[in-house]
Design a protein around this ligand. Structure first.
Ligand SMILES: *Cc1c(COP(=O)(O)O)cnc(C)c1O
Length: 410
């Protein structure tokens, strides 16, 4: 084996394209909901790799699945199929509204496939003029040019134009706003059942039901982007179950592989039929390593024990955050579902969510932000309750520091 050379955070800036600004520390090891950096300092992980590490770090079932598959077969391409891909698809079909599955490697690719399929389906059944896609302001659907254009955050498309045409953005949780843009030219409406990147904003049940009805009235497909809300994150395998509203297409990624890159687009037999041989594809999609790991994750996640555990931890996390909000006055609202929660900063800290993230890291706990005003939490679905408590204690410490500094400066 080659000797591994020592690298530092400073080296990052010398060799990487500057599109990220990672934390000052470099984690090197993780186990469950704890992570250690190069200096062997320990952190409680309440970030979960942005809602990816559904089972925490190095879960034995995932390690076992990856190791076993790594000694059998790594890659074939879609010129051949493979056993893990078929098994994973069978399990996803059995567990959801879907009859058919398309595999890819990320959330953006799952959405890209969803949007292309929606257009193709409309073109097949109604003609090419039915091609408009409606999404919602503040939505996030990925970073490819198509998905980022469908997304509702203009700052992410700035300087990348011209963007694809036929896209409209309505207001989230506002049916009248959707009514204004939906028409018989609409091929699909895409929404996150709860906006993640947009600030942890759950859809109201009336809104989701209304979107479904409007789609049906206009022969438009309903796409749920469950890249962040899926795989047990809300205490349901997929969040649509909580609302009792079924989509025509669903995108899944993030937690699906628990840390191994994999994405999936789920749909019905009727809609799937428009992706005939040759219409779409991916070299790595359905890769045996990815599917073997995802199969292990799905087996662990889709159990009553794990899913009810998410609801119990939701109560613990919510209560902890509400206590911190009450004590420090740093947060005006705590919201979310399952283990995808947000704490929106109070007025004096407007625009400064990141200050809390940095202070939390100093105190030994990893959290996320969602936009400028929301501190986001997406811990492992199986996080030990003691780790969640310790993480909350450390977060409280960080919050107290930020608040103390602000009042010292005032
Ligand atoms: C993260 C995310 C995506 C993009 O997934 P990638 O794997 O980064 O391409 C798409 N939609 C939602 C809702 C997400 O949270």
């Amino acid at each position: 084996m080659t000797q591994m050379q020592t690298v530092t955070r400073q080296d990052f800036d010398a060799v990487m394209v500057p599109n990220y600004n990672p934390a000052a520390v470099i984690p090197v090891r993780g186990q469950g909901s704890r992570v250690w950096d190069q200096d062997n300092r320990e952190y409680i992980d309440l970030a979960g790799g942005i809602a990816v590490s559904a089972l925490g770090h190095c879960h034995p079932a995932m390690v076992q699945a990856l190791q076993a598959q790594s000694e059998r077969l790594w890659h074939l391409s879609n010129v051949m199929t493979n056993e893990p891909a078929i098994r994973l698809a069978q399990k996803l079909v059995a567990a959801t509204f879907a009859d058919r599955v398309y595999f890819c490697n990320s959330g953006a690719e799952a959405n890209e496939a969803a949007f292309k399929l929606a257009r193709r389906y409309a073109s097949d059944h109604f003609g090419p003029e039915k091609h408009e896609i409606i999404s919602f302001q503040q939505a996030f659907h990925g970073r490819t040019l198509f998905t980022v254009s469908v997304g509702g955050q203009p700052k992410y498309t700035e300087g990348f134009g011209p963007v694809p045409g036929g896209l409209h953005h309505a207001l989230y949780n506002d049916l009248d706003s959707l009514r204004e843009v939906i028409s018989d030219r609409t091929c699909a409406v895409v929404m996150e059942p709860m906006q993640g990147e947009g600030g942890i904003v759950p859809a109201t049940p009336e809104f989701i039901r209304g979107v479904r009805e409007l789609c049906d009235q206009h022969n438009a497909l309903l796409i749920f982007d469950e890249v962040q809300t899926g795989m047990g994150r809300t205490g349901h395998l997929y969040a649509y179950e909580a609302y009792g509203v079924k989509p025509d297409i669903l995108s899944s990624a993030k937690g699906l592989g628990g840390g191994f890159p994999v994405g999936a687009m789920l749909t019905t037999e009727k809609v799937a039929a428009s992706f005939v041989v040759g219409t779409h594809g991916s070299t790595y999609g359905g890769n045996p390593l990815a599917c073997a790991v995802a199969e292990a994750v799905l087996e662990q996640v889709n159990t009553p024990t794990l899913l009810s555990g998410v609801q119990a931890r939701n109560k613990q996390l919510r209560a902890g955050l509400e206590a911190i909000a009450a004590e420090t006055g740093a947060f005006r609202e705590v919201r979310g579902m399952g283990l995808l929660m947000g704490a929106e900063v109070a007025e004096p800290f407007a625009g400064q969510a990141r200050a809390f993230l940095n202070a939390a890291l100093d105190a030994g706990v990893m959290v996320l932000v969602a936009g400028l005003n929301v501190v986001r939490f997406a811990p492992a679905l199986n996080i030990p309750e003691a780790d969640l408590d310790l993480g909350l204690q450390r977060f409280a410490e960080g919050v107290r520091k930020v608040v103390a500094q602000a009042s010292a400066a005032a």
